[in-house]
Design a protein around this ligand. Structure first.
Ligand SMILES: C[S@@+](CC[C@H](N)C(=O)[O-])C[C@H]1O[C@@H](n2cnc3c(N)ncnc32)[C@H](O)[C@@H]1O
Length: 301
């Protein structure tokens, strides 16, 4: 059953929520500091449309915008966005959403921003300016090997996930909880070590969602559960709240559910909402899931 946004509010002991709507409308209704982990997989800026928009200046969150080499965030943003019009539009879309997500993160929370090589370098510098360079924890490279290979340059076969923590002095990172992986050269370590496997590094070799595998939902940009599993195992604990404002097929929710975390997922696309209803069902007795949609506008649009 789908409930209406005006009927359901997030509460610390309430059900997990899957919300259909623009995340910029949904996020302001969520409280400050309640999510241990946020994972954002926004649509990539692949179209390169030269559709110039005016970038708004928004209020600085707790003065964290004094950034790189003492320059203000706005100076950095001005320089970078004047360099690339398409990125300026993309950042105008992302920035207010990132600001909201950062507000909703717990004091010991972690933000994962999943991008590709087209955006990540600009986004890194801007995020450093937005939240503070000292909050940067990692750059994760997710390497895969699928699809055609150009012979004109090195074929691009990776995504990049930027990781920022709200407080570098205390954040959740549970290395013991992370599934280990086989050593590349097991003969070079003791048999005990080889049997235990090694902690993954910041380079993750992982297949894409197999077009014929049981994980596949049919949603075009679906990410593998294995990627989300590492993120959620490391950066949250059982019972914690996890936020995904670009939820797509609901991979974050599926993994969070399996690992005993609660979640809020948001997506504007009705097709994503349908896939998530199918995928997540009503949750478990301990962690139920409620589906919420904004009421239809009077015009029906
Ligand atoms: C790359 S996909 C996410 C895929 C997801 N990680 C998964 O594993 O299925 C990005 C999603 O963001 C959604 N989206 C784009 N703009 C949005 C907005 N303003 N508010 C909410 N969702 C949005 C799209 O509908 C799309 O499903």
């Amino acid at each position: 059953m789908t409930r209406r946004t005006d009927e359901v509010r997030w509460s610390p002991d309430g059900p997990s929520l899957v919300i259909r709507g623009d995340n910029l409308d949904v996020l302001p209704a969520l409280p400050d500091g309640v999510f241990r982990l946020a994972y954002l997989d926004p649509p990539f800026n692949t179209g390169r449309t030269q559709q110039r928009t005016t970038i708004r200046t928004v209020a600085s969150p707790t003065g964290a915008r004094i950034g790189f080499q003492g320059r203000t965030y706005d100076t950095i943003r001005g320089r970078l966005t004047s360099y690339d019009d398409a990125f300026a539009d993309y950042w105008a879309f992302l920035e207010p959403r990132l600001t909201q997500v950062w507000r909703c993160l717990a004091d010991d929370g972690t933000l994962y921003l999943h991008l590709d090589y087209r955006e990540v370098h600009y986004a890194k510098v801007l995020l450093d300016g937005l939240v503070g360079r000292d909050r940067f924890l990692n750059e994760i490279i997710w390497a895969y090997d699928y699809g055609a290979r150009t012979k004109r340059r090195w074929p691009a076969k990776h995504d990049t996930i930027l990781v920022y923590v709200k407080d570098p002095a205390r954040y959740v990172f549970d290395a013991e909880a992370v599934d280990r992986e086989p050593y590349m050269a097991p003969g070079l370590v003791t048999p005990e070590k080889a049997a235990r496997g090694k902690l993954p590094t910041d380079v993750w070799w992982h297949t894409i969602v197999s077009p014929t595998g049981k994980e596949k939902t049919g949603y075009p940009t679906q990410k593998p559960q294995g990627i989300l599993r590492r993120i959620i195992q490391a950066s949250s604990r059982e019972g914690d709240w996890v936020l995904d404002p670009f939820a797509g097929s609901g991979t974050t929710g599926a993994v969070a559910q399996a690992l005993g975390r609660r979640f809020v997922l948001v997506d504007a696309n009705p097709a994503a909402f349908d896939v998530m209803q199918e995928r997540l069902g009503s949750g478990t007795a301990e962690h139920p899931v409620v589906f919420v949609a904004a009421p239809a506008s009077p015009s029906g649009s």
